[in-house]
Design a protein around this ligand. Structure first.
Ligand code: SAM
Length: 199
């Protein structure tokens, strides 16, 4: 895909990616704007702050986040899939994206000359991830965040009792000074819960 194809084609493209790599894409449709709003509210971003987005995919959350970033704040999206990376670059020419894996976030910040983030918003499929990988990403994120930083991610409501979702809650509780769960975002398909850790 060489350019941004519009919403319907983006959804079909996303579905195709899911069918080819279900573990890494983990959803058949991009997140809704309602989930995007829940994920990006009250981040307290100010001019000069850095916000990272992990796994922006086709940019459904990026679109909401971009509207909420104050002038002079810095966005960096980190996406490992080359096709999604290309879509993002065409869809959001004013934003910066890095093609790579968030496991290497510290190195990516160094290479791109990006300061410690105030906020990290994640669309990664933590629940289906190997436990060691989940741990290394959460710990690396805690280590790069600013002191007053926020890490935010989501899980689907139906996955709440699954071992991966439980592991994620336990890990976030252990790694962050404060941890909270949102009310379910019922208008998302499937409904989701937002998890917030504060450093
Ligand atoms: C569930 S999709 C979410 C896409 C989008 N944020 C949304 O909510 O619609 C997961 C995304 O994370 C990306 N991803 C998975 N593992 C990754 C990793 N280790 N580093 C960077 N991106 C990753 C996938 O390529 C995919 O774009």
């Amino acid at each position: 895909m060489s350019r941004d194809p519009g919403s319907l084609s983006r959804s079909m493209y996303f579905l195709g990616k899911f069918l080819r790599d279900p573990k890494r894409v983990a959803s058949i449709v991009p997140s809704s704007r309602w989930l995007g709003e829940a994920m990006t509210k009250d981040l307290g971003l100010q001019t000069g702050d850095v916000v990272l987005e992990y796994g922006p995919g086709t940019g459904s959350m990026t679109e909401v986040l971009a509207r909420r970033i104050p002038e002079g704040a810095i966005y960096l999206g980190i996406e490992r899939d080359p096709g999604f990376y290309e879509v993002l670059q065409h869809r959001f020419p004013h934003l910066r994206f890095h093609r790579g894996s968030v496991e290497n976030v510290s190195q990516i910040l160094r290479i791109t000359g990006t300061a410690r983030p105030k906020a990290v918003i994640s669309g990664l499929p933590f629940v289906s991830m190997r436990p060691a990988l989940m741990r290394s990403i959460i710990e690396a994120t805690r280590d790069v965040l600013r002191r007053d930083g926020i890490f935010r991610t989501f899980t689907y409501l139906n996955a709440y009792p699954m071992p991966g979702a439980r592991r994620l809650r336990e890990l976030m509780t252990a790694c962050f000074r404060e941890f909270e769960l949102s009310r379910p975002v019922l208008r998302n398909v499937p409904p989701a819960i937002v998890l917030t850790g504060r450093s």
